[in-house]
Write a protein that binds this ligand. Structure first.
Ligand code: 5RP
Length: 215
């Protein structure tokens, strides 16, 4: 079952509540929230107070992707803001197990994200209890980039890792450069959650854009 999550990064920041209403009506399955701190990635987006404010405007599942240093300092506030999925970067977490447990203890689903050049094998020790593996198919920091083809093989690696760990409940999400042309490659390899920024918010008819990706 394919889930499409528009990335708020590509929305019109001057009218976010309307933009979210548009994709919710248009058939989005979740809302992807890119929190960037200007340190882990060379861009700065928004923080938890904005996420909390948006929570009042939609029933969509909130999928927070933390592209930040020290993600452990965000977890309590994200739980209070009503976020359901929190994904941290393996590369930002010297204590990955600890921060994933912290997310679970707050009653949220936990995910681990990998930059394009980070191997899936780095998640072997936590694979049995992850709720999500997020394969970045662009270098994180900016929307509208070109999909990196070698990341398709990493989706297959993630599927194999989860299978070997006996974790059939976890999902594989892919983020970056997802379009009607690239989506089929990653779904064939095992991804079921697809983040799409430009391919949804960049189009006037969001319902048609989501339907095109699902098709
Ligand atoms: O995490 C991201 C960038 O770091 C974005 O979610 C991603 O790039 C989506 O945008 P697009 O679909 O336009 O590539």
């Amino acid at each position: 079952m394919i889930h499409i999550g528009p990335s708020l990064l590509a929305a019109d920041f001057s009218r976010l509540a309307e933009e979210i209403g548009d994709i919710e009506k248009g058939g989005a399955d979740f809302l992807h929230l890119d929190l960037m701190d200007g340190h882990f990635v060379p861009n700065l987006t928004f923080g938890v107070s904005l996420v909390a404010a948006l929570r009042r405007h939609t029933a969509l599942v909130f999928d927070a992707h933390l592209m930040v240093e020290h993600p452990e300092t965000y977890i309590d506030a994200l739980a209070a803001a009503g976020v359901q999925y929190v994904t941290v970067h393996q590369e930002a977490c010297p204590h990955l197990d600890r921060v994933l447990q912290q997310i679970r203890e707050k009653g949220m689903k936990c995910g681990a994200a990998l930059n394009p050049a980070t191997p899936v094998s780095t998640l072997e020790c936590v694979a049995s209890y992850l709720d999500m593996i997020l394969i970045m198919s662009v270098n994180p920091g900016f929307g509208g980039q070109q999909f990196i083809p070698y990341t398709v093989a990493k989706v297959g690696d993630a599927a194999e890792l989860l299978e070997n760990a006996g974790n059939t409940a976890a999902v594989i999400e892919v983020d970056g450069g997802i379009t009607a042309d690239t989506i089929g490659h990653v779904t064939a390899a095992g991804a079921t959650w697809l983040v799409a920024g430009s391919a949804v918010f960049g189009r006037a008819d969001r319902a048609a854009a989501i339907a095109a990706l699902k098709a």
